[in-house]
Design a protein around this ligand. Structure first.
Ligand SMILES: Nc1ncnc2c1ncn2[C@@H]1O[C@H](COP(=O)(O)OP(=O)(O)OP(=O)(O)O)[C@@H](O)[C@H]1O
Ligand SMILES: [Mg+2]
Length: 294
């Protein structure tokens, strides 16, 4: 994307509730010593997001340490690691959600389609239209199902066939059949799993390039989780998906590439998911994956 596109694209995120992460859980530090670290930062595929020596601080606390990696386009990239290791922080850097945290400070480079998203001329609101986000707890607006999906397009005054886009987005989010006869009902009356798929429909209705998901299924039951997992795999045909998960089986099942963060915000290993789960380079990654800690 050119910078001009970023600046001229309209906003989808004017309501704070559309962007504010409602999950902010207490975080637990792990104390594990540092050993070898794989220096791989790329995998096969066209790079869409690239971080280079990315450091993030919250006041005095360093949350990410010199993270370099390249996220491939139209694939699912999973971010795993113990609580407090910086997964959400990394995700929030990608679409500048950390701008909303006063004490957050970022050093290094994070590029999207070759453009540093922290350059002064980048409009974060336009950036977030290209890089949508779905949170752990579904956060539909207190509006109808239809209005939730149409919301971003209306804000942008996009001249589209709204009915068609709403239907298509709900179909892509595997929710259409369940809601097609109740589009005017409140989104808040949907089940948690349906609300999460609605939030995914809302995110993709504005046709982003990337969808970030921070533990999107962790509040859901196994059936709803499996629907979301199937959906994520389908989405990757059209979008680049970056997902944070604590569920190793989920990461192994649905992702193509996996980044393992460990204590102190260090990216310890980044590789094809099969390699990470079957033959990781780092002993610490193997210990984490096999449940020896974390
Ligand atoms: N808003 C904030 N203000 C201050 N410190 C923060 C803030 N958000 C996160 N941190 C700190 O940054 C570090 C990384 O937090 P982050 O939320 O990125 O971890 P995480 O890997 O997503 O953890 P979890 O798995 O529990 O969601 C932690 O030490 C945390 O205490
Ligand atoms: Mg988190």
């Amino acid at each position: 994307m050119t910078n001009e596109n970023m600046n001229t694209a309209a906003s989808t995120e004017t309501q704070p509730s559309a962007t504010a992460d409602p999950t902010s859980e207490p975080l637990v530090e792990q104390s594990i010593s540092v050993d070898n670290t794989s220096d791989r930062t790329t995998v096969d595929g066209e790079t869409v997001i690239r971080s280079k020596d990315l450091d993030v601080f919250y006041g005095e606390t360093q949350a990410l340490q010199s993270v370099s990696l390249e996220i491939p386009e139209n694939q699912v990239t999973a971010m795993i690691g113990p609580s407090g290791c910086g997964k959400s922080t990394f995700l929030r850097c990608i679409n500048r959600m950390n701008d909303l945290i006063d004490v957050a400070r970022i050093d290094g480079e994070l590029t999207f389609d070759g453009k540093n998203v922290y350059d002064e001329d980048v409009d974060p609101v336009a950036l977030r239209r290209r890089i949508g986000m779905v949170f752990q707890h579904p956060n539909p607006f207190p509006k109808s199902i239809y209005d939730n999906v149409a919301y971003g397009l209306r804000i942008q005054n996009r001249d589209v066939d709204m009915d068609a886009v709403v239907e298509e987005s709900l179909k892509k989010a595997a929710l259409w059949d369940e809601v097609k006869d109740r589009l005017d009902e409140s989104a808040l009356d949907l089940s948690g799993g349906q609300q999460q798929r609605l939030c995914i429909a809302r995110a993709i209705a504005v046709d982003p390039q990337v969808v970030l998901m921070d533990e999107p299924a962790s509040a859901l039951d196994p059936i709803a989780t499996s629907k979301i997992e199937d959906l994520i795999e389908d989405l990757a045909e059209e979008y680049t998906v970056v997902i944070v998960t604590h569920n190793m089986q989920q990461a192994a099942r649905i992702s193509d590439t996996t980044a393992v963060f460990l204590t102190g915000g260090e990216l310890v290993e980044f590789d094809d998911t099969d390699k990470i789960f079957e033959d990781p380079e780092s002993q610490r990654v193997e210990d984490y994956i096999t449940g020896k800690f974390g």
